[in-house]
Ligand binder design. Structure first.
Ligand SMILES: [Cu+2]
Length: 395
């Protein structure tokens, strides 16, 4: 009995270690699993089947998801069609769930470090401890069964064993803590950003705005199964408008929500950040390899929670600049505004039009003609205010 107690105590003490290790395990593991599970499955019930049939409309979040399955009308179809030309094609095994029961391949420095921590430190340690505890239990069950050990030990105390079963788990936890805290520190001390994107979660779609690029905003809705298939993209992950970022750039994300709590997550970037209404959360990533990387909302946020995927298109910098221009935005250092209205009315870019528009009544029909320079000044002031109002509305 003496030995039995000792062995049980050692097993119990070491048994604590796997629990602590699991607590340290990265949060993206279940995320990856959830992502993997979501992709190949059919909608499980009538609600999800119906709601999937009707992609969310940005301005129509309250309408109930009813009606027949409609594959031909994604939300902003015309916008999506124009963006189709330059879409990057997804690559199997890159930025999307795989068949393997493992973390997705990582494409950011943080992802590489985290995957190393998981695969090289945590998994071997968990495996060794679990096998050791299992072996101890089996040994105890066989060796100290009643038949083989009729008179149990009454020993209750052993200083050496107590020191060992206290110290060993502590050392194991310290060994885990060092790379764990280092990874956390790297995650939360981002390098200077090259591009900033404000991500807003909505029931049930994402909006991405680019404050460094003129403040334009894009709305990203999930594609229907048929449209995703047509474009050769995975179902439940393809979207009409992707977040586009330049390759090799540090991208800062400011994450918030317009209604309930969502969570912006892209497993292959090791990025997951809660989107909380009234709060700005910050995260970042840097991807060198151009491609399409998929993610999803990771916070239960209502009926269509599984249908607000994320697609990040990492493109060469020149292509990013072209994409920004196609959205009416500007690259940092470029002059704005670029809106056709503001440009046409701007006295700076088109002084003749601005002067002509306002001096015609002054010169022709007014009873008290005003000097040309005064009305030109008024025109300039008015036009400038309009263009300012226009550009600030965009931000
Ligand atoms: Cu959500």
């Amino acid at each position: 009995m003496k030995n039995l107690l000792k062995l049980f105590a050692v097993a119990a003490a070491l048994g604590l270690a796997p629990a602590a290790v699991v607590a340290q395990a990265p949060a993206s593991a279940p995320a990856a699993a959830a992502n993997g599970a979501a992709a190949p499955q059919a909608p499980r019930d009538a609600i999800s089947a119906k709601s999937q049939a009707q992609p969310a409309q940005p301005k129509d979040v309250s309408s109930p998801a009813v009606g027949p399955f409609n594959t031909s009308a994604p939300s902003n179809a015309s916008v999506a069609a124009s963006a189709l030309a330059a879409r990057t094609s997804p690559e199997v095994g890159v930025g999307q769930p795989t068949e393997k029961p493992a973390l997705q391949p990582q494409f950011t420095p943080i992802g590489d470090e985290a995957r190393w921590f998981h695969n090289t430190i945590l998994m071997p340690l968990i495996t060794i401890i679990s096998l050791f505890v299992l072996a101890l239990l089996l040994f105890v069950i066989v060796r100290f069964r009643r038949g083989a050990n009729p008179v149990p030990s009454r020993n209750t105390h052993n200083t050496f064993l107590e020191v060992v079963w206290t110290l060993v788990p502590v050392l194991i936890l310290v060994a885990i803590a060092v790379p764990s805290i280092r990874l956390l520190a790297h995650q939360y001390s981002p390098p200077k950003p090259d591009v900033t994107i404000k991500v807003t979660g909505n029931q049930w779609y994402w909006t991405y705005s680019y404050p460094d690029n003129g403040g334009f905003e894009i709305v990203s809705n999930m594609l229907s199964d048929a449209d995703a298939k047509k474009r050769g993209e995975p179902r439940l992950l393809a979207v009409d408008e992707r977040m586009v970022v330049p390759a090799g750039a540090t991208v800062k994300l400011i994450v918030t929500s317009a209604d309930v709590i969502h969570s912006f997550g892209v497993p292959s970037f090791w990025v997951k950040m809660d989107a909380v209404p009234g709060r700005l959360n910050e995260t970042w990533f840097k991807v060198d390899k151009p491609g399409v990387y998929y993610g999803a909302c990771y916070e239960l946020c209502g009926a269509r929670h599984p249908f607000m995927p994320i697609a990040v298109d990492v493109v060469p910098p020149a292509q990013f600049a072209a994409w920004v221009a196609s959205k009416g935005g500007t690259m940092p250092g470029q002059k704005k505004p670029t809106s056709p209205d503001a440009t046409q009315n701007s006295p700076i870019s088109n002084p003749a039009a601005a002067a002509g528009a306002t001096t015609a009544p002054g010169g022709g029909t007014s009873a008290t003609p005003t000097p040309t320079n005064v009305s030109a000044g008024t025109a300039a002031a008015t036009a400038t205010n309009q263009s300012q109002a226009h550009s600030s509305r965009g931000q």
